[in-house]
Write a protein of this length. Sequence first.
Length: 176
Amino acid sequence: MPRTSKPPKQVVCPFVVCVDSREQAPFPFASIDGYDVIQTVTVGLPTGDYSIRGCENRVSIERKSVSDYYGSIGTDRERFEREMARLSKMEFAAVVIEGDWQELLIDRPDTIQMSARAASQTIYSWSVRYGVQFWPCMGRRHAELTTFHLLRHWWNQEQERRKSDTAWIQETIDSL
């Protein structure tokens, strides 16, 4: 009788990534960090472009291309500041930029009229004012990986918090 081998078991990410329905160029989240399957769902998020299903009001990642970042802190500054204020209410929020510091400040598009100093100072100022982290990345794939890893680490820490809370509740019940 011939031996049949079972297909390898797929490793599925333990959470579902929410992608905002207005996101123009969503990340595919394919084959990241040993996960064969990373489920995504397209929804209308309250703020940002990416979150975790069931935690949409607690964690959010906003994605920006370099030109989108400059537009957001230039002509769309008031709208983007309102978004920063909404993000500041999250337990964790970040802006992931699809360009590193070199691309943001030195090799920026010729069409950008804003100074590199103003662009960098906005990142520093808003990081402090709103408590939102800014993550310049080395291109789109790095931004995708950064987005996933930020969500994954938040998820893992949330699971640890839940275990700790459950243990504390059980200890309290046991002591009664």
